[in-house]
Design a protein around this ligand. Sequence first.
Ligand SMILES: [Zn+2]
Length: 115
Amino acid sequence: MHEVSLAGGILKLVEDCALREGFARVTSLRLEAGQLAGVEPRALRFALEALAPGTCLEGARIEIDEPAGAAWCLRCSVVVAIAQRGNACPHCGGYQLQATGGTELRVVEMLVEDD
Ligand SMILES: [Zn+2]
């Protein structure tokens, strides 16, 4: 399950930030896991919650947004909505699609607290 290593990466990012900015804990963490990012949000949340105890993420509220996938269709020359990678263009049925949106996993917002 690669969500575990992704969660580890997010935790490291948050802890580095805590060191740099000197906050004690995170009360709320908002992430964005695009529909084309290849991330299962439920698994990611589970992995983060499993890693959190004893870290600055302990007790943090975790929100995961799931921006819709979008892709540029080379045949239609328009941006179309797709639910997952490998889907066909809803207009022409073609597969010459280039993902343009919903491809990222990133931290959007973090609310923090000092001691
Ligand atoms: Zn098309």
